[in-house]
Design a protein around this ligand. Structure first.
Ligand SMILES: *Cc1c(COP(=O)(O)O)cnc(C)c1O
Length: 456
């Protein structure tokens, strides 16, 4: 049996999931509703429709529909790069000398280099269906902007990306990929919006922040006829679209009669872990199976392990809705020396509720250990992992080494959310020994917790 498991388990096009799975339908304790920042009342479709696409808002607020059919246009786009392979990490197992069986789902096999395309194409589709002219968004590290530019051009939509200025300057190649796919890319803060001009006046020479880029993208969407704002993580709709990942993993494992013991994913806003793990968490919620699920988060931005489960603003500017989530406080900004993504102060409300209810655990890992794991993985498996994904690799290696001690042959599956070709500045720092970890102290975090809005 064992020898028959191939290096890569590919599924056929026909085995692509035809529906997205909404874990909220199986949750007894639903995620708390988003609140209107002005009235502190639960957000309604009327609140959301001027900013986001209508059909996506319905998905956002739907706690009851268990499955949403994937429209044919989206399915045919998925066929360009899906189903993605589930890889048996035979080489990594050998390098570690572990009896554990390690698998990874590889989501980096498209030009955007990450799982983000799974939701970008869905969001672009609904924008087109609504008859819009275009979409606006922000991008930090650049993966989301790239995914959205690919998806927008496919449906003939205009795509305006506000890219945090320091990334815009540090990652000119990312910017050029987006432009190649037809997006316009503006370094943020810019003088094209009121909020950008105000920030530039107050802080000349600033290199920008994600919070500021969000404000510019939202302003541009609401002040231009036929435009809406779209977001690549955190939202319920994004987790929903990403469930193609976990459902494919279930199909692939079932094909070979494999039952996973441990499932691992990294968490920034929660979309890749949510998409990878919620189909399995659904089995747990329905009492059909039990798994050990582990979220891997950066020690420098430890939302789950150090954050509070409370209502907080989703943005630094405190204009976006409030969400009940694990948060470090909306004014928390991770150390500038932190490489790569996973920098958001909060977390998906779905994952926050599931974590609160004990359906998975979380471990915080330091970035030097993460890059050490990334290098081990790259040398063994021949794929250069994204720094974000490498948080999951680090935990997978830890678990595999535990098996080496106990002699247990556990089955470990992790999500390799993307590749690291645009993160070579971070790899350079690691390879030359100049990378370190800046971890927020409890006293520092208390300062931000004291600023949490008083709701309840
Ligand atoms: C954006 C991104 C992440 C983090 O975001 P989540 O929403 O938590 O998944 C992780 N890995 C890669 C490769 C990304 O591009």
């Amino acid at each position: 049996m064992e020898e028959k498991i191939p290096y890569k388990i590919y599924l056929s096009e026909d085995e692509l999931p035809k529906q997205w799975y909404n874990v909220r339908a199986d949750m007894k304790n639903k995620p708390a509703p988003l609140l209107n920042p002005g009235t502190l009342q639960p957000l309604t479709l009327e609140d959301l429709n001027p900013i986001f696409c209508e059909e996506l808002n319905k998905q956002e607020l739907d706690n009851d529909t268990k499955y949403f059919d994937i429209p044919d246009e989206i399915l045919s786009f998925y066929k360009m790069y899906r189903p993605s392979p589930l890889v048996r990490a035979y080489f990594l197992e050998k390098a570690l000398g572990t009896p554990a069986k390690i698998y990874y789902k590889f989501e980096g096999n498209n030009t955007s280099g990450s799982h983000k395309l799974n939701s970008a194409i869905a969001q672009a589709y609904y924008a087109k269906k609504q008859g819009l002219k275009g979409v606006t968004t922000e991008t930090g590290a650049g993966q989301w902007g790239t995914a959205l530019s690919m998806a927008s051009t496919y449906f003939g939509l205009d795509c305006k990306v506000f890219m945090v200025k320091c990334s815009y300057e540090q990652k000119p190649f990312r910017r050029e990929v987006m432009r190649t796919f037809g997006a316009s890319v503006t370094p943020s803060p810019s003088n094209t919006t009121n909020v950008g001009r105000k920030i530039l006046e107050e802080h000349p020479g600033t290199t920008g922040s994600l919070g500021c880029a969000i404000s510019e993208a939202v302003e541009t969407a609401v002040s231009n006829e036929g435009y809406r704002y779209v977001l690549g993580s955190v939202l319920n709709q994004v987790l929903l679209h990403q469930t193609v990942i976990g459902q494919e993993v279930q199909t692939a494992l079932k094909k070979y009669g494999i039952k996973p013991d441990i499932l691992i994913g990294c968490t920034g806003g929660g979309s890749n872990l949510g998409g990878f793990a919620t189909p399995f968490i659904g089995e747990m919620l329905r009492g059909e199976a039990d798994y050990k699920i582990i979220a891997a988060e950066p020690a420098s931005c430890p939302s789950f392990t150090k954050g509070k489960f409370a209502y907080d603003f989703a943005d630094t500017g405190r204009i976006c809705p409030l969400a009940k989530m694990y948060t470090l406080g909306s004014q928390f900004i991770p150390s500038a020396n932190r490489a790569g993504g996973l920098r958001f102060h909060g977390m998906s409300t779905i994952l926050s509720q599931l974590y609160h209810d004990g359906l998975f655990e979380c471990r915080a890992v330091e970035q030097t250990e993460v890059f050490k794991a990334a290098v081990t993985f790259a040398r063994a498996e021949g794929t250069l992992p994204a720094p974000e994904s490498s948080h999951a690799i680090k935990i997978a290696i830890d678990e595999a080494l535990k098996c080496k001690e106990t002699g247990e042959a556990k089955t470990i599956v992790f999500n390799l959310s993307g590749t690291g070709y645009f993160d070579l500045v971070a790899y350079e720092r690691y390879n030359s020994g100049t990378m370190d970890d800046v971890i927020p102290t409890d006293e520092e975090l208390e300062k931000y917790f004291a600023m949490l809005p008083k709701v309840d």
